[in-house]
Write a protein that binds this ligand. Structure first.
Ligand code: NDP
Length: 298
């Protein structure tokens, strides 16, 4: 392997240590950030995610609540819950854990969350602010990608960045961030998706390739250029009978062949994954600060 590793576990830990200090300072001013995670239904993976988010909140001193509602919850009941959280002064940030049961309208629920408490950064108010270069809360996974690149001093200005995947939670907000005229970004961005004619023609000429498509080991070393930076957002479970649990987690990049050619690479697991939660905590602390400032201004 010639690439250097971009260590998401270590970087996320640094961020959480910094946040802990910030939370202690806020506490001296009577401000305690609070996160409410809303879980509707019985999705086992969602249960693991929200439990992990609550544990991480505790580590940095953020107050947290996990609010569980049955799968039969109606849209109106969900609205009522979100309204009560919007008005709850202990709660600075609200997240609605996806997926929610099919009979519920997730987008309408997202619109019901007060944008000042939308720490996932999914509300169109926050997405729009990002697009015009005036962000408030940035979507946590792409925010984590930008933060990793920044903390590893990887220059993006003028670079050819190719993003594979255009979801609303990863690819699109990441492109919006990368194209901004910010000191940490300012790149030339190409978006690839399922209708792109020759994806590898794009990835082969990229200085930075970001894969967020959810296809195990989709990108191989022969499709990147020497010295490229490879950021792998994908998290895929593949069967592996040689391991006791019967599966392993791989990214959207074939790690060994990409690492042999890249200059920098994120591993999976331990790359972008841990950053997502660190950025959720960052947004929650920011939310507490912004709401305290708004109260002071009134
Ligand atoms: P989505 O399924 O919402 O979006 C996938 C995107 O990839 C779509 O834009 C789709 O194109 C595109 N795509 C799918 N197949 C291909 C293909 N063969 N060639 C080109 N483009 C393709 O996924 P998410 O954005 O939610 O997640 C992507 C990956 O990132 C998953 O593995 C997920 O687990 C992981 N993830 C990791 C997170 C983390 O914390 N590290 C957080 C969120 C996601 P089209 O739009 O044309 O359909």
């Amino acid at each position: 392997m010639s690439a250097q590793l971009i260590d998401g576990n270590e970087t996320a830990k640094q961020i959480k240590d910094e946040l802990k200090l910030e939370v202690e300072t806020l506490a001296k001013h009577g401000i305690v950030p609070g996160l409410a995670a809303v879980l509707v239904g019985n999705d086992p993976a969602s249960e693991i995610y929200v439990t992990s988010k609550a544990k991480n909140c505790k580590k940095v001193g953020i107050y947290s609540e996990v609010i569980r509602r049955p799968a039969e919850t109606t849209q109106q009941e969900l609205y009522d819950l979100l309204d009560s959280l919007n008005h709850n002064p202990r709660i600075s940030g609200i997240l609605l854990q996806s997926p929610i049961p099919r009979h519920l309208d997730e987008f309408a629920a997202c619109l019901r969350i007060d944008p000042i408490k939308d720490v996932d950064g999914f509300h169109p108010d926050n997405v729009g602010r990002l697009l015009i270069g005036e962000p408030r809360y940035q979507s946590c996974t792409p925010f984590g990608v930008i933060e990793l690149i920044k903390r590893y001093n990887i220059e993006l200005k003028g670079k050819e960045v190719v993003i594979v995947g255009r979801s609303n939670i990863v690819g699109k907000p990441l492109a919006a961030m990368m194209m901004q005229k910010w000191p940490t970004t300012n790149a030339t961005v190409t978006m690839c998706h399922s209708a792109t004619r020759d994806i590898f023609a794009h990835t082969k000429r990229a200085d930075v390739v970001i894969t967020a498509l959810g296809k195990p080991e989709f990108l191989r070393g022969e499709s990147i250029k020497d010295g490229a930076v490879v950021i792998d957002v994908g998290i895929n479970r593949v069967e592996d009978s040689s391991i006791e649990k019967g599966y392993r987690i791989v990214g959207d990049c074939h790690f060994e062949s990409c690492a042999a050619k890249a200059s920098w690479i994120t591993p999976v697991p331990g790359g972008v994954g841990p950053m997502t939660i660190a950025m959720l905590l960052t947004n929650t602390v920011m939310a507490a600060r912004l709401q305290a400032e708004a109260m002071g201004a009134n």
